[in-house]
Design a protein around this ligand. Structure first.
Ligand code: BG6
Length: 492
């Protein structure tokens, strides 16, 4: 495995820790070598030490990502001993010649089996040039084993640039050599949506416009933009979250059952959902930006006061959308999506609201919002599934009360500690592309949001900031859903 951007944050925080966890679980291939490439003047020893030190601190801290305590020496040594480093500029041909020589050396030492995974943990402007250079140095041919390339979002900034990027990559690689990561698909509970829907006879018959009133998908974060002011100013919440992460949740929820778990069968069904999404218009969208406020009792500054952010910035940190999926299953069932920074709680969920029962029997029983039927797929934190329904309160009178059945992952399974990239990396090595985005999916999702991106090039009419940090978003988002006689679920 070759990592471009070996000294970067992604490598340190996610890729190498995930490899370490794979090593712990005995899931690294028998012959495995890790080769770092970056422009700084490091060597294998320094790279190894830096990564180990960082990992050591993380492991000591524990959490859900590692078995807390000390680094497991055997697992680390297995990884550490396999590391080598090539220092060089990604835009210079000689970097790739040296990389090739290093791969050949590893091959002679019998550390390779001809298969190479190139992980591009680099800013997106390098995706095209690196793949181009790999091809020129003849490292993408598969005569002796597979060659695969992993890239992370952003896959373009709009429809046009996404198409250009895909065309660029596909000049040198076949589609099945490209693994586009959306890290939301590495989350257990996102994958579990497919199990819930297709491994049970219970839900699928009611999973349609006959029984479902609407769907709410929320990705709420309490964090602000942290140290990413520069990135965020050029990106905004819509591009950062919607055509990728939120759309993956939409696809998992809305897709038709695939004929098999074959990667292309699944991805074709997802792409069909994106293609059925009606283009978004500004009338069905709300943008917001946080001002100063307080979260969990702590005062936090507004977006415009964050580092590397223009003090008059008009970039959105919150988006709410009303989405229509024009197909047989979902016609007339709105999907309401919202995501934002500095909201009152961290919660990612897909909430499905079923249609009301005919209430004749309970004519005299007050019916309020609490008496709705909901199926809530809690993606994070507290992964689980909750079904809300009405029950009779004990006593002589017929009084209904809203109750819930709760399934919590942690009650049933002991989850192996994970940073979330383990499955994804393992799948890349296995060649299973089910959890990765295909070119047509990427383009279809940009296609759906493109009209909004274009419309939002004009400055927002609304005054920014328009929601206080710690509140649940701009008032206009409440109005968007209230127009249809519905309300958002509370963010906790
Ligand atoms: C990233 C976005 O892709 O996803 C971030 O760039 C966001 O802005 C993050 O915070 C959310 O991911 P997670 O796994 O923390 O929910």
């Amino acid at each position: 495995m070759v990592i471009f951007g070996a000294s970067g944050d992604l490598t340190k925080r996610l890729v190498v820790p995930a490899l370490y966890n794979l090593s712990r679980s005995g899931l690294l291939p028998e012959r495995f070598a890790l080769l770092g490439v970056d422009h700084n003047d490091a060597d294998a020893a320094k790279w190894r030490t830096d990564l180990r030190n960082f990992l050591e601190n993380q492991v000591k801290r524990g959490g859900g990502e590692f078995e807390a305590g000390e680094i497991d020496a055997t697992s680390w040594d297995r990884l550490g001993a396999s590391m080598s480093y090539v220092s060089g500029d990604f835009t210079q041909a000689d970097t790739f010649e040296r990389l090739k020589a290093q791969l050949e050396l590893l091959d002679r030492q019998n550390q390779l089996n001809g298969c190479v995974l190139f992980y591009l943990a680099v800013p997106d402007r390098f995706f095209g040039p690196i793949v181009d250079a790999l091809d020129r140095a003849q490292m993408t041919g598969e005569s002796r084993g597979w060659r695969r390339v992993v890239i992370e979002k952003p896959f373009g900034h709009d429809l046009e640039s996404a198409k250009a990027l895909n065309a660029d990559l596909l000049k040198h690689l076949r589609e099945n050599q490209i693994f586009r990561i959306d890290h939301f698909l590495g989350k257990e509970t996102v994958q579990n949506i497919m199990a819930l829907r297709f491994a049970n006879g219970l839900f699928e018959p009611i999973w349609n416009r006959d029984r479902i009133d609407h769907v709410q998908i929320t990705v709420a974060e309490t964090i602000g933009i942290e140290e990413r002011g520069r990135f965020y100013e050029a990106t905004g919440a819509l591009r950062d979250m919607v055509p990728n992460h939120l759309f993956q949740l939409v696809a998992m929820t809305a897709m038709e059952p695939p004929a098999s778990f074959d990667a292309d069968a699944v991805r074709t069904k997802k792409a069909e959902v994106f293609r059925a999404v009606q283009s978004l218009s500004p009338a069905d969208a709300v943008r917001g930006q946080y001002g100063a406020g307080s979260i969990g009792g702590e005062s936090v500054r507004g977006y415009r006061e964050e580092d590397n952010v223009n003090s008059r910035s008009r970039v959105e940190t919150y988006v709410a959308l009303r989405l229509c999926i024009d197909n047989w299953r979902w016609a007339g069932v709105p999907f309401y999506l919202r995501t934002g920074k500095r909201l009152p709680g961290r919660s990612t969920e897909v909430a499905i609201r079923f249609k009301d029962a005919p209430y004749m029997l309970f004519r005299d029983t007050p019916v309020d919002a609490l008496h709705d039927n909901w199926l809530i797929l809690q993606i994070q934190p507290d992964e689980g599934i909750r079904l809300r329904f009405s029950a009779k309160r004990p006593g002589p009178e017929m009084i209904l009360e809203s109750v819930a059945m709760d399934f919590r992952y942690s009650d049933w399974f002991k989850q192996a500690p994970a940073v979330g990239y383990e499955t994804l990396l393992y799948d890349c090595m296995e060649g299973d592309a089910t959890l990765f985005q295909r070119a047509d999916q990427v383009e279809a999702s940009w296609q759906a949001v493109d009209p909004l991106i274009k419309a939002w090039k004009a400055p927002p009419q609304e005054e920014f900031p328009n929601y206080a940090a710690g509140s649940s978003g701009p008032r206009a988002a409440e109005e968007l859903i209230a127009r249809d006689g519905r309300a958002w679920r509370a963010i906790r």
